[in-house]
Write a protein that binds this ligand. Structure first.
Ligand code: PGA
Length: 255
């Protein structure tokens, strides 16, 4: 069944690229990433690179996203970035709840929920990440684990426009490891995510929410994931740092 949802390919640069390197990559992406009505393209550089990247992609169809945000408007929160600051560089998206932030920086579902609410109030689309560890996967409780994350991360959210809330399913054991989930693994969990979203927000809203797969996604395997009913795009780490690979993935998504 062809999806009514516009596909989304988002690049997560993580902590890579200083300002000169960010400018160079943004320029290459503007040149190489095909513009298409059937796929939305977002790049999420480190905070320090947001302003220069925004400038470089301004005339292109590529959109900008942050990798993290803090929910307070302003004040004594050393090292943090507000929604208003993201808006000021024309960021339209922001990743929240990435497993690296959950693991290394001890972010909780409650934090992620607050971030989602702040972003949505500011008109920025969250790309809210979820996903299980290898231990949970091996115990066979991955679906229940992710469903629980979704429930906590969306608690009390109001979604009026489903295209303005995005979920990324990223099994932690497949991130940066070269070990990909199979398309069927991705569909199993993405299907459960959509069913959970339908329980919470109603079927119509759930049918409009994009669910991305992330974890060693690359040009060679992206088509398989996108062929699944509930996979609407990808959150790409490593392969988003190479303009040719990222452009190739966008091209496949546009087919
Ligand atoms: P990867 O990262 O594509 O390098 O596995 C994905 C992510 O962590 O968003």
């Amino acid at each position: 069944m062809p999806s009514k949802r516009t596909r989304l390919i988002a690049g997560n640069w993580k902590m890579n690229n200083d300002v000169p390197a960010a400018k160079e990559l943004a320029e290459a992406l503007v040149e190489k990433v095909p513009a298409s009505d059937s796929v939305e393209v977002v790049i999420c550089p480190p905070t320090i690179d947001l302003a220069c990247t925004s400038h470089k992609i301004a005339e292109s169809a590529i959109k900008l996203g942050g990798q993290n945000v803090y929910w307070e408007e302003k004040g004594a929160y050393t090292g943090e970035t507000s929604c208003g600051m993201l808006k000021s560089v024309n960021a339209e998206y922001c990743i929240i709840g990435h497993s690296e932030r959950r693991d290394y920086f001890h972010e909780t579902d409650e934090d992620i929920n607050k971030k989602a609410k702040a972003l949505m109030a500011a008109g920025i689309t969250p790309i809210s990440c979820c996903g299980e560890s290898l231990e949970v996967r091996e115990a066979g409780t991955h679906v229940a684990f992710v469903v629980d994350q979704i429930k906590k991360d969306t608690e009390g959210l109001t979604i009026t426009d489903p295209s303005k809330y995005v979920v990324a399913y990223e099994p932690i054991w497949a991130i940066g490891t070269g070990k990909t989930a199979t398309a069927a693994d991705a569909q199993e969990v993405c299907g459960a995510i959509r069913a959970t979203l339908a329980e919470i927000f109603g079927q119509e809203t759930a049918d409009g929410i994009r669910i991305l797969y992330g974890g060693s996604a690359k040009p060679e395997n992206i088509a398989g994931f996108l062929a699944e009913e509930d996979v609407d795009g990808a959150l790409v780490g490593g392969a988003s740092l190479k303009a040719d690979d990222f452009a190739a993935m966008v091209e496949k998504a546009a087919e």
